[in-house]
Write a protein that binds this ligand. Structure first.
Ligand SMILES: [Zn+2]
Length: 177
């Protein structure tokens, strides 16, 4: 569907004609919103520091992200908290933020798979012993249509490697806090 077809679908021909000037702007916005398809985890996790042995874990919490649900083409957004147990290399903290926001969120996504892919990238690219990711998101496909529930959020947790079992402890909701 071309941008003009989309505008005609949303409004009518008159509206579409009026919004013709927006086509270019919409295209540019979409190119940015879906720029994650041009990036791989390897491209952002490219600065590493070697550590002999690191028995602890590192968490980058409350990373804001904006994405689009691939089922409804509607935005979903929220926060991701990313934990990994390094092997022999660690990466910059800002690189973890970019992995979430720039590589994974800027695509058409399913929250469940996005959460899993972020965790698995840390193990695959950084050779981490384990990774655990929790995402909390509001989906406009739930808030603004269908069930029209604008308070609910979806919490997804995924662990792999040495942190695989982390995903199975009880979820505490932050709603209302
Ligand atoms: Zn949806």
């Amino acid at each position: 569907m071309k941008t003009r077809d989309l505008l005609e679908f949303v409004g009518n021909e008159q509206v579409a004609a009026k919004l013709c000037a927006s086509q270019e702007r919409i295209s540019r916005a979409f190119a940015e919103l879906f720029s994650g398809y041009n990036l791989r985890a390897e491209d952002v996790l490219n600065e590493v520091v070697h550590v002999d042995q690191y028995d602890g874990t590192i968490t980058v919490a409350d990373i804001n992200f904006y994405s689009y649900c691939e089922h409804h083409f509607a935005p979903f957004f929220g926060t991701a908290s990313v934990t990994y147990a390094p092997g022999e290399i660690i990466t910059g903290l800002g690189k973890i933020v970019r992995l979430v926001r720039d590589v994974h969120a800027r695509r058409l996504q399913i929250q469940e798979l996005m959460t899993k892919d972020i965790a698995e990238d840390l193990v695959r690219v950084l050779h981490a012993r384990g990774a655990y990711v929790e995402t909390r998101a509001k989906h406009l496909c739930i808030c603004s249509r269908g069930p029209s529930d604008d308070t609910t959020q979806t919490i997804v947790r995924y662990g792999c490697g040495s942190l695989a079992s982390s995903a199975f402890s009880p979820v505490s909701s932050k709603i209302g806090q």
